[in-house]
Design a protein around this ligand. Structure first.
Ligand SMILES: [Zn+2]
Length: 51
């Protein structure tokens, strides 16, 4: 059992899935998601720092 060997990671957005899916997928949603997570984390850190 080696499910990991069946998955591939997109070099552009870091999305993980089947190689076929990765080749055809759209990077934009994944890139937007990453940016939102980063911004959210940054916001929280700043709030804690202010207090
Ligand atoms: Zn991608």
């Amino acid at each position: 059992m080696s499910l990991g060997s069946e998955l591939s990671e997109c070099e552009v957005c870091g999305a993980i899935g089947l190689p076929e899916r990765i080749q055809e997928h759209d990077c934009q949603p994944f890139l937007t998601q990453t940016q939102r997570e980063s911004a959210s984390t940054r916001d929280e850190a700043r709030s804690v720092s202010d207090e």
